[in-house]
Design a binder for this molecule. Structure first.
Ligand code: GAL
Length: 632
């Protein structure tokens, strides 16, 4: 029993360091309850339009309402694009007498009121009358991103130091009540620049322009970031949103650009969460943002989505003179369940652009009710294969050429978890063209092309589903990462806002070592004592996974310490809980010992919890739930 108390002590310390006080004393203790965020209106990824990529902060009522009208007139709204989101630039100031936020009525005439208090209610009423939803923008600190980073852009807050403090800090309840209860917004994007860019050493702070906020985020350093504090501030906003939206019809959008280890905890706090820096209309930055979500399939579920940032379809490298690249960007965002937020001046959208943004079959993949983010089943810096399991049991597959040269790709039935000896039917979702193969099919790709198919075949697991096929139903409630590590396998592109000044991009988004579908937490093949598994869940020891069970009768897995473990002496015990009760446990397992079969009756169980307990301090080594599956 000694190993147990050790683990308890180590984890209690962890908790103090990485989660809020509301968390349990022992994060491995079963709760019988799904803990990922699912309170709000995002059972499928949010869709709509946002002003930033189209206009930056140079926005006004005509531009916003023109784009809203275009959503309706073009039929995009009917296809699901409902949110019309104001980004940075809507605010004028915070009224000193009572702290009320004042909208920029010179740019939004309908917001003007006789007493100068301003109200966005007429604007949100009009949007609601058009069948749309309305989104607003703020910052978790006292000051805004525009003030901190792009102060030459138009529509920066005005007035004295206090009046220019337009962010939520110190005003959370007041602002959320105003934006949601009084003004009627349905979504808020909360940025983080105010807690990042105004140290007392900043020359604008020294000049008395802004109050100092000693940074709690350093996007370049997890070590210099106060993850607990950042998370607490966002949780406070979440509570205010719950309070002022009793109908639950709201979306909380976190904008922390992958910093503060948010790629691990965003799923517990909001409905969508940015995983990387801002997208730019360049191929390299699109790859960077895509890579920041593509190995995070287990961190997105119905109710909470990874957000690789808004769409740039129609602009720059994704302009219509580059149709393959434009379609790739859209298809990949659809496959990884990204929120689909258009960033284009829709008043000027051409039919060819609308064909891409409005592609029904592609949107349907994104909005599939099972909510399974695509899993990478072939990975390289050149070509990738993403496979997404749909609610009807079928598959969608994206075969992606990242390079500027033509590419040949062999798609295999195994990659789709289909039987190699049976027919696989592919339907091309852009052209409608059908083809059939057995075993494997050679595909030719143009530079930057993504071939996108629906696939039907004979499932390898005839009587059930592998957990790695349904990441939307598997939640790493505690993934065992005690000390966050920056993810080294994200495409490093030149940031256009810095060019080649400085060193270039170092790995800096936390998440490395997190739970993975079909690979270890460090992107190795799953293997126990020399037996490899192409299917399963890889996670660190001292972890707890929650698995939703919709009527399956057995849980089966082959478990053990993964061959990639460094500490050969640690002992791990695997436990399976059903609705909070222990159903099965493995014998204590060590590195190099034969894998153990688990076959557990889960009839009638709604929530299964998979716990891997081990001893020791800090991040434990990888363990493998090989072939983990739910069976009928
Ligand atoms: C950035 C954010 C962008 C946009 C911008 C506004 O921090 O990532 O999406 O909102 O601020 O200033």
């Amino acid at each position: 029993m000694k190993w147990r108390s050790c683990a308890g002590a180590a984890l209690a310390v962890v908790l103090l360091a990485s989660t809020s006080s509301a968390a349990l004393a022992d994060p491995l203790a079963p709760t019988g309850r799904w803990s990922a965020y699912s309170r709000a209106a995002a059972q499928t990824p949010p869709m709509g339009w946002n002003s930033w990529n189209a206009f930056t902060s140079d926005l006004d009522e005509d531009k916003v309402m023109g784009s809203a009208q275009a959503l309706v007139d073009t039929g995009l709204a009917a296809k699901g694009y409902r949110y019309v989101n104001l980004d940075d630039g809507w605010w004028l100031k915070r009224r000193e007498s009572d702290g009320r936020m004042i909208a920029r009525a010179a740019r939004f005439p309908s917001a003007a009121t006789a007493d100068g208090a301003t109200s966005f209610r007429p604007l949100t009423d009009r949007l609601h009358g058009m069948g749309l939803k309305a989104g607003i923008y703020s910052d978790i600190g006292r000051n805004s991103c525009g003030q901190v980073f792009t102060s030459t852009f138009p529509n920066q807050p005005e007035g004295n130091v206090a009046e220019r403090e337009v962010g939520l800090y110190g005003h959370v309840d007041q602002d959320i009540a105003l934006y949601f209860a009084e003004w009627g917004f349905d979504l808020i994007k909360v940025d983080g620049c105010g807690v990042r860019g105004l140290p007392s050493s900043d020359k604008r702070v020294k000049a008395g322009e802004y109050r100092a906020f000693e940074p709690i985020i350093d996007i370049d350093s997890l070590g210099r970031t106060n993850i607990v504090k950042v998370r607490e501030l966002y949780e406070e906003v979440g509570r205010a949103l719950d309070k002022h939206n009793p109908d639950g019809d709201f979306i909380f959008s976190l904008c922390l650009w992958g910093s503060a280890d948010v790629r691990s905890w965003g799923k517990d706090v909001g409905a969508m969460s940015r995983t990387s820096e801002d997208i730019s209309p360049t191929w390299g930055r699109m790859l960077h943002n895509l890579d920041s979500v593509s190995r995070r399939a287990l961190y997105a579920h119905p109710g909470t989505w990874n957000d690789p940032d808004m769409l740039f379809v129609g602009k720059g490298d994704f302009g219509l003179e580059h149709p393959e690249a434009a379609r790739s960007h859209f298809a990949l965002w659809a496959m990884v369940n990204a929120p689909l937020l258009i960033g284009y001046d829709l008043r000027k959208a051409s039919p060819a652009l609308l064909d891409i943004l409005g592609a029904r079959e592609v949107i349907a993949l994104n909005q599939d009710p099972a909510g399974n983010q695509a899993v990478l089943t072939f990975d390289s810096d050149e070509v990738q294969v993403f496979v997404k399991t749909l609610a009807d049991g079928g598959k969608a597959v994206a075969v992606f050429n990242r390079t500027d040269a033509p590419a040949e790709v062999i798609l295999t039935a195994e990659q789709l978890k289909f039987v190699a000896s049976a027919d696989v039917d592919l339907t091309n979702l852009w052209s409608g063209e059908a083809q059939r193969f057995k075993g494997e099919r050679k595909l030719q790709l143009a530079p930057r092309q993504t071939l996108l198919f629906r696939a039907k075949g004979s499932r390898r697991l005839a009587d059930g589903i592998f957990l790695s096929e349904q990441p939307g139903a598997v939640n790493p409630a505690f993934d065992g990462v005690i000390t966050p590590i920056a993810d080294p396998i994200i495409h490093r592109a030149q940031p256009p806002w810095r060019g080649t000044r400085g060193f270039g991009e170092r790995p800096r988004y936390g998440g490395w070592g997190g739970a993975q579908a079909d690979r270890t937490p460090f992107d190795q093949e799953l293997a126990i004592a020399g037996r490899a598994f192409d299917t399963g869940i890889g996670v660190l020891g001292n972890s707890r996974l929650e698995v939703r069970n919709a009527g399956f009768r057995r849980f089966t897995a082959i478990v053990g310490v993964d061959d990639s473990a460094v500490d050969k002496a640690r002992v791990v015990t695997f436990q399976v809980y059903g609705d909070g009760k222990l159903l099965a446990r493995s014998k204590p397992a060590k590195w190099g010992q034969a894998p153990q079969d688990l076959d557990v009756d889960v009839s009638g169980v709604k929530l299964i919890e998979l716990v891997a307990r081990t001893t020791g301090q800090g991040n434990a080594d990888p363990v493998t739930w090989g072939d983990a599956a739910l069976r009928r």
